[in-house]
Design a protein around this ligand. Sequence first.
Ligand SMILES: O=C1O[C@H](COP(=O)(O)O)[C@@H](O)[C@H](O)[C@H]1O
Length: 262
Amino acid sequence: MSGRRVVVFPSVAELGSTLAQLVSSRAEKALSTGASFSLGLSGGSLVSILSKELPAVPNLDCSRWLIGFCDERLVPFTDPESTYGLYKNQLFGKIIIPEERILAIDPSLPVQECADDYAGKLSKAFNTEQIPVFDMLLLGIGPDGHTCSLFPDHPLLQCSMYPTYYRILQRTVAPISDSPKPPPQRVTMTLPTVNAARCVVFVSTGGSKAPVLKQVLEGGEGPALPAALVAPRQGELFWLVDEPAAASLTSQVERPGPGAKL
Ligand SMILES: O=C1O[C@H](COP(=O)(O)O)[C@@H](O)[C@H](O)[C@H]1O
């Protein structure tokens, strides 16, 4: 990992605009050397921030982007809890990404089959039986420290710590049917997939996130929270947060001026 950057913004709008610039710049970089730019999206509060700011980037050509989902809730796309459904309504109508380049789950399948099916889609799109390497993943963090659908104290996390669970550890995505946050059935990227990415960006806003950010970024007692286990092996790691979310941090952070690029 090439060093974590914690960047604090005075407002969600400024954060969002820098996030959009960051996505655009990493897309340009990926497309200058490769055939596509692979971007993994999360749900929750990220959806509206990204959907507002990304279409505002001038001359954004998304025709060679490949979109995946860091996690997804196992509900129909028409359900307000569906992350794909939210992006379809709020973003995909505003930027042109060929439909076949958006890798969504099949919500009609039972959760285990759904995870296997989604893993198969990733494997085909990345043309590998190994862990896919995304150019960029956008993550959120819940007040409990979860990220993707990886929750504190969940066996999916223990898998990453105990070699006896090696088979599971190597999975690209996993099903979860007991999510403490509804809806209970979900599909999520595993930590090995998250940590293989070239660039991982957490987005966190609002005062309700201040205590968990303090714990994840500056340490606390007890086992590491899921978000604290995100440490890309060779990629970049950004935390983009607003002032209320950063309120309890005492470690060094960056406060870029207006329009600054990361
Ligand atoms: O349930 C989920 O929550 C996290 C965090 O969401 P936020 O609204 O607190 O930012 C999100 O990143 C994840 O994709 C989602 O499924």
